[in-house]
Design a protein around this ligand. Structure first.
Ligand SMILES: Cc1cc2nc3c(=O)[nH]c(=O)nc-3n(C[C@H](O)[C@H](O)[C@H](O)COP(=O)(O)OP(=O)(O)OC[C@H]3O[C@@H](n4cnc5c(N)ncnc54)[C@H](O)[C@@H]3O)c2cc1C
Length: 405
């Protein structure tokens, strides 16, 4: 259970090599925004055959949907495609050692946008949009947050879908802080159905090329600079019913679909934290052995030793969370309090570990060259995205106590 099987270990080694040879050299251009990460994501999917493996798995699901069989959830479909859930976490971990932003963009496109369509879509929707997203032929974005609706995503939502005479909808509104926004081909958009009374939230699949869709320029950010983020605008976008995820309105059930996606987004954060912490630990351990002050390696000073133990404990703790998360996914165990609280804890540990690693490296840790300061900037997003830490912890408590959100 707490050991990677041989195949997963092999993939981890290959992804690490790919990150060193293909991803790391691109970081300066990606961070500066002179290059977008999307072609590199596609290359990576090809290099490891994820496109073919996931494609085959999603095709099987389409066949089952067409035959009217229940096809299991998307997480299982996607993780079965690459071997097992732990394999996906290990890929995210390896990417996050070098570029948490790249891992996030990859996960949002394939797992969050693609996964939601594979999970909740009709056979036609899975074939038309789910397949190209999960195989990275197309890039996806997941659009919930709005300028006035962050933590209160549903209550303050202003984006509306007004039913029209043809049985379709007119989508109007804007979303903000959208990962992959500047380059996405397909947007998964949450909107309130407007019928005069509250008819609930529904999810729409919107293509970049549709009339009335536009995106803002990439935001300038503290971290995750290698993951482009933007606003997305929907100006009276006409959508046929085939764009309504699942093919029918679900009233308040639409919120449950969104919450499922939030759960899967939060389940992916510990693996990102794992990558950040592991890199900080590896770099710090090597540094304290070689860096000399007062005629001795700094690792001989007890204060420094305590920092190393602290990093080691964080590493093992977060690693264990990922193993449990993978076990839950493999066995269909739902434990949202754990998902919410462990996401918050891992995010905080990643921030703490990255700052500690800078401290251990002294002034050199503050310099761009080592890549540690980047991890600290990137790690902070884990405490904000997929719900802020406070919102995650409150959601955990509410579920434990039994209070409805
Ligand atoms: C780089 C980046 C990428 C992102 N990518 C995406 C994406 O792809 N798709 C998407 O939909 N969104 C995305 N987001 C949005 C992200 O999910 C939101 O930023 C997050 O949900 C918080 O919302 P907010 O920023 O509006 O903060 P607010 O909700 O305004 O919160 C501000 C502060 O108030 C606190 N607070 C609010 N309500 C409560 C409460 N009830 N109790 C206690 N404290 C409270 C919060 O914890 C926080 O500290 C991204 C954000 C960033 C920064």
């Amino acid at each position: 259970m707490f050991r990677l099987d041989e195949q997963t270990q092999m993939v981890a080694t290959m992804v690490r090599q790919w990150c060193q040879s293909q991803l790391a050299p691109k970081i300066p251009a990606l961070e500066a925004g002179t290059e977008m990460p999307f072609d590199l994501m596609k290359k990576m999917a090809k290099a490891f055959g994820f496109d073919a493996m996931l494609g085959a798995s999603v095709q099987k699901r389409i066949a089952k949907l067409r035959a009217g069989e229940v096809a299991g959830d998307a997480e299982k479909t996607l993780s079965a495609g690459v071997g097992n859930p732990m394999m996906m976490h290990v890929v995210v971990k390896e990417l996050s050692r070098v570029s948490p932003g790249f891992a996030m963009g990859f996960g949002v496109s394939m797992g969050l946008a693609g996964g939601a369509i594979v999970s909740k879509g009709t056979a036609d929707q899975v074939e038309r949009w789910g397949l190209p997203l999960t195989t990275l032929q197309k890039i996806g974005a997941w659009c919930l947050t709005e300028p006035g609706a962050g933590s209160d995503a549903f209550g303050s939502m202003r984006t509306t879908a007004v039913p029209d005479a043809s049985g379709g909808y007119v989508l109007k509104g804007s979303k903000t802080f959208i990962t992959n926004g500047p380059g996405a081909d397909v947007f998964l958009v949450y909107a309130k159905i407007e019928r005069g009374e509250d008819s609930g939230v529904a999810t729409f699949i919107v293509e970049r090329t549709m009339q009335g869709v536009s995106v803002g320029p990439p935001f300038k950010k503290m971290g995750m600079r290698d993951s482009p983020t933007s606003e997305v605008f929907f100006d009276d976008v006409r959508l046929g019913v085939e764009h309504l995820l699942g093919g029918k309105e679900k009233g308040r059930g639409g919120r449950t679909d969104t919450k499922d996606s939030l759960g899967s987004e939060r389940s992916g954060v510990p693996a990102m934290a794992w990558g950040i912490i592991e890199r900080c630990y590896d770099a710090s351990l090597a540094y304290v052995r070689e860096r000399k002050q007062f005629g001795r390696a700094i690792g001989e000073f007890q204060a420094v030793q305590l920092h190393i133990t602290d990093l080691f404990l964080k590493l093992r703790t977060v690693e264990n969370v990922v193993y449990r998360t993978a076990w839950m996914q493999q066995n269909g165990v739902r434990d949202m309090p754990f998902v919410n609280a462990s996401k918050a804890m891992c995010a905080q540990m990643a921030v703490d570990a990255a700052l500690k690693a800078i401290q251990i490296h002294g002034g050199y840790g503050y310099m761009e060259e080592l890549g540690i300061e980047k991890l600290a900037r990137d790690a902070k997003l884990l405490e904000l995205g997929a719900g802020t830490t406070d919102i995650n912890l409150l959601a955990c408590a509410r579920e434990l106590i039994g209070i409805e959100a």
